[in-house]
Design a binder for this molecule. Structure first.
Ligand SMILES: Nc1ncnc2c1ncn2[C@@H]1O[C@H](COP(=O)(O)OP(=O)(O)OP(=O)(O)O)[C@@H](O)[C@H]1O
Length: 119
């Protein structure tokens, strides 16, 4: 049991390090976290409902989660095959496409929450 807890705590430490690396080294994640911070401030300003907090938190987590995986795919592709290759381009394009799906859903959710306050 002790080994299990120590193992989980170690994994958590690496995972938190991964979050820190994403936020401090990846420009796309820096931009997203900055935008999301502003959206959180808007949430407090307009005192949005509990359901809206749930919706926007899930939307933001979806974008950051998929962006993180996209970054991992890019890094892995660059490491495995640093030269230009059609299949690497395809892999990177579809990984970026996955982020775009999440970003579109997030933009829709954020618009549905906040547009009524501005119209
Ligand atoms: N090795 C490669 N072979 C073929 N095409 C590539 C290669 N590297 C990048 N590309 C093309 O360039 C696009 C951008 O790739 P890149 O790795 O620069 O990602 P990015 O979205 O600019 O990421 P970031 O800005 O986070 O570094 C890819 O989606 C792909 O179409």
């Amino acid at each position: 049991m002790k080994d299990f807890i120590v193992g989980r705590l170690k994994s958590l430490k690496f995972a938190i390090k991964g979050c820190y690396l994403l936020i401090t080294t990846e420009h796309s994640v820096m931009l997203q976290t900055s935008l999301f911070s502003m959206i959180v401030i808007l949430g407090f300003y307009f005192d949005i409902s509990k359901q809206d907090w749930i919706n926007q938190t899930l939307a933001m987590a979806l974008v950051l989660g998929i962006e993180g995986l996209n970054t991992a795919v890019e890094k892995l592709a660059d490491f495995v095959h640093p030269d230009h290759h059609e299949r690497i381009g395809f892999i990177k394009d579809i990984a970026a496409g996955a982020v775009t799906f999440a970003a579109l859903a997030c933009m829709t959710i954020i618009s549905l929450i906040y547009l009524p306050y501005f119209l």
